[in-house]
Design a binder for this molecule. Structure first.
Ligand SMILES: Cc1ncc(COP(=O)(O)O)c(C=O)c1O
Length: 375
């Protein structure tokens, strides 16, 4: 049996929508009914006033910050354990990313370390709702208010997650989502900025499409970007919106299955959390090995690969990235908590179309692998 770590769900609605867009020649990022529809539906889903589509999650984060006034030289405090896209987006602006350590339970930003790292140059904070679990936003927003900082949410992995009953993507000044093929909702490639601030939305709309002039189109009003999503991607997105709740329920059911079947391994590894104030969407079923098994991570992943089960190692934090250490932007001991999980984690197959037989196979073989490697 071969079980991929993730495979996107493409339903009948996605296929019908794309065929409709193709038949209408509505294939660009400028016109086509699905672009506006996807933005309206996604804003409603996130319970935000505005949603601005764009080309991917990285450009969504970049747009969100530029549209909010983050400038070269500003410091932006970013949760260190993430896909480096969160940090790249800050660096594209010429701003300075400052890594903030994680809380060891949720693996999201630790507010105590955030407070320690705020300086007079700080202008923004970017939290990352990692692996679908929301960040504890109240202390972050309180610190932002106290110091006059903008807050951004990286929601690339957390479509539909709830913090104290409220959807992520509307808990800050502006947020960025990804619709890459392995995400909770997908358009293949794609992104979205969500915000409740009309000015940020207007700026993002202008900047994502070359900042064309309003009176004379080719008298540009700013240095814009071409970060447009195409109507074909939006057609897929509208199909995904119809199934959004089921896709999230499915991921939660997959995690529930693993939680139950793997419960006997808790001496060897830590299962993904769900805090009592949170509803996580389990983007990926991400496990952290306990200390005695950390040196065995590669052996575990290789044994599973030999059985046809694909896994992927967890992220390497900013403070351990050689390119940034070599540039003097960070040093390894900037974030000691993140270092504890940096080489200790990996995730199991979590795609929404995984079958019950595949799930059973993964659980049974995983238990055997861990017991064999643990000795
Ligand atoms: C936390 C996080 N931020 C940003 C991104 C970037 O999104 P994209 O690949 O759509 O550019 C990703 C995923 O790829 C991610 O997981």
């Amino acid at each position: 049996m071969k079980v991929p770590v993730s495979k996107p769900h493409v339903g009948a609605a996605e296929i019908a929508n794309v065929n409709k867009a193709l038949a209408e020649s509505a294939i660009s990022g400028v016109y086509g009914e699905f672009l506006g529809q996807f933005e309206r539906e996604f804003a409603a889903f996130c319970e935000t006033e505005h949603a601005v589509s764009c080309s991917n999650g990285t450009t969504a984060l970049h747009l969100a910050m530029v549209a909010s006034g983050i400038k070269a030289g500003d410091e932006v405090l970013v949760s260190t354990l993430t896909n480096m896209a969160s940090f790249f987006a800050v660096l594209y602006i010429g701003a300075k990313p400052v890594p903030v350590d994680i809380d060891l339970q949720t693996l999201t930003m630790d507010p105590a370390d955030l407070e320690r790292k705020i300086t007079p140059q700080s202008r923004g904070i970017m939290v990352v709702h990692l692996f679908g679990h929301p960040t504890d936003m109240d202390p972050v927003n309180a610190l932002a208010k106290k110091h006059g900082l903008k807050v951004f949410e990286d929601c690339a992995e957390a479509h539909g997650a709830l913090y104290k009953g409220r959807k992520v993507g509307g808990l800050s000044d502006a947020s960025g989502f990804s619709f890459f093929a392995n995400k909770v909702l997908s358009t293949g490639e794609g992104g979205m900025v969500t915000t409740n601030d009309p000015k940020i939305a207007e700026n993002a709309r202008s900047l994502r499409a070359l900042a064309f002039g309003t009176t004379n189109k080719f008298m540009h009003v700013d240095i814009g970007f071409n970060y447009r999503m195409t109507n074909l991607q939006a057609a897929v997105g509208c199909g995904q919106m119809q199934a959004a709740d089921q896709l999230i329920d499915r991921r939660r059911a997959i995690a529930g299955h693993y939680n139950t079947t793997l419960a006997g391994l808790s001496d060897h590894l830590i299962m993904p959390p769900e805090m009592d104030w949170a509803k996580t969407v389990y983007w990926m079923y991400h496990l952290v090995l306990r200390d005695h098994l950390i040196p065995k991570r590669t052996a575990i992943m290789q044994d599973l690969a030999a059985k046809g089960i694909e896994t992927r190692e967890g992220f390497i934090p900013f403070n351990l990235q050689e390119i940034f250490i070599n540039q003097g932007l960070t040093k390894p001991d900037d974030c000691p908590n993140a270092n504890k999980v940096a080489y200790a984690s990996f995730y199991l197959p979590t795609g929404p179309d995984i079958s019950q037989a595949e799930l059973d196979y993964v659980s049974e073989e995983f238990i055997k692998t861990v017991r064999m490697v643990a000795g």
